[in-house]
Write a protein that binds this ligand. Structure first.
Ligand SMILES: C[S@@+](CC[C@H](N)C(=O)[O-])C[C@H]1O[C@@H](n2cnc3c(N)ncnc32)[C@H](O)[C@@H]1O
Ligand code: SF4
Length: 366
């Protein structure tokens, strides 16, 4: 049976960070309450018999709402879906909005993976980004998560921040690794249109490093993490052996997922659909998008997502969908030069070329 994941979107934050373009709102309890009622309804209505291999509760900031809401929605999932025995259940948490009690509730309701949005351990940087936590709160949150029994703890970090240098960044990584975390996502900062950061960059109120500098820090980070037992399994994701995120892997392998909540996307039985970003439209089930994925799109996704991670793509699947990739001259050239590597039915990208993956992908698409 093919893998199926569930994504649940919690679109609430206490404050908007300057760089963030995710769908999240700072709203009152009444709106939150109504949202969770609608979310439970949606979870019930989209019931399927298929087995679920991972659940990801993301946002927004899932930890900024009362833990009783998270308990209620997970119970709704448990009541309506069949779960695999080794299911991975992740919740995204901000360090300032979890304490030991909340983490205990998460543990007791079956969550087995915590993803902390750390971004940086430099207090001045955190303040400038609009984050509500400091370094001490990060350390305290991770220690509390371990204390209540979480064994799988991830942190998100940002690369390409103002004044970032590799010495300070390695020190931060060292401090986090010493806390016994199992997974690190290190994202290159994107300057998204419509964010405060975007206008700060335009008005020269912030001085971000040139891309070459960020790539240099990224490459040094890859080596540093490898030496410390964290292996890259996707461009931005590193883990100890056995702690790769099942949920992300399902997504990169183009497996199916159901997305619940405002702005959530689904890919299910050949269709891609997404809920509205607006609360009323979401309640009225006015989908933003509902489209059948044709073979060409499927091929493009399998190649694009596959080559971003160590797993690659299955060429037989691509050929079955109607694209004989072995007739593509660029593909043959990359195989000859060991830039693309063939193992059995699988093709993956030589990790030395992750930095130029986009142009390689473009060269081999149908
Ligand atoms: C859904 S977001 C937020 C999760 C959580 N609310 C937090 O802020 O920590 C997941 C991650 O995306 C990353 N992210 C958000 N905006 C980004 C941007 N503009 N560029 C790169 N990464 C970004 C951050 O590292 C963040 O932790
Ligand atoms: S980065 Fe996280 S906390 Fe900040 S606005 Fe985005 S979702 Fe909210």
């Amino acid at each position: 049976m093919k893998e199926l994941s569930i994504y649940i979107h919690i679109p609430f934050c206490e404050q908007k960070c300057i760089y963030c373009a995710f769908v999240s709102y700072c709203v009152n309890n009444e709106i939150k309450n109504k949202y969770f009622q609608n979310l439970k309804k949606e979870i019930q209505e989209r019931k399927t018999d298929r087995e679920i291999s991972s659940i990801y509760i993301g946002g927004g900031t899932p930890s900024c709402v009362d833990a009783k809401y998270i308990k209620e929605i997970l119970e709704e999932v448990y009541a309506n879906y069949n779960l695999k025995k080794d299911i991975e259940i992740t919740i995204e948490c901000n360090p300032n909005s979890v304490d030991e009690e909340k983490l205990k509730v998460y543990k007791n309701i079956g969550i087995n993976r915590i993803s902390f949005g750390v971004q940086s351990l430099d207090n001045d940087t955190l303040k400038k980004l609009g984050r509500l936590h400091n370094k001490d709160q990060v350390v305290c949150a991770i220690n509390n998560a371990k204390k209540v029994g979480f064994k799988n703890i991830s942190v998100d970090l940002l690369l390409g921040l103002e004044n970032q240098n590799i010495q300070d960044f390695e020190k931060q990584l060292q401090e986090l690794i010493a806390l016994d975390i199992t997974h690190i996502s290190a994202y290159m900062l994107e300057v998204e249109e419509g964010t405060k950061l975007f206008s700060m960059v335009e008005n020269k109120e912030i001085n971000l490093p040139i891309p070459e500098k960020t790539i240099e820090i990224y490459e040094k980070t890859v080596n540093f993490l490898k030496k410390n037992g964290f292996f890259r399994y996707e461009i931005s994701n590193f883990s100890k052996i056995g702690y790769e995120s099942k949920h992300n892997i399902n997504y990169w392998k183009c497996n199916e997922y159901l997305g619940f909540g405002v702005a959530a996307y689904s890919y299910f039985e050949g269709y891609r659909f997404s809920n509205s970003i607006n609360f009323n439209e979401y309640e009225n089930k006015e989908n933003l998008l509902y489209e059948k994925i044709d073979n060409r799109e499927r091929i493009e996704e399998l190649i694009m997502l596959g080559l971003r991670c160590k797993f690659g793509f299955d060429f037989n699947e691509i050929i079955k969908l109607g694209y004989d990739i072995f007739l593509n001259d660029n593909f043959k050239k990359y195989l000859d030069k060991n830039i693309l590597i063939k193992e059995g039915n699988w093709i993956y990208l030589n990790p030395d070329y992750y930095g130029v993956s986009n142009s390689i992908i473009c060269d081999i698409l149908p």
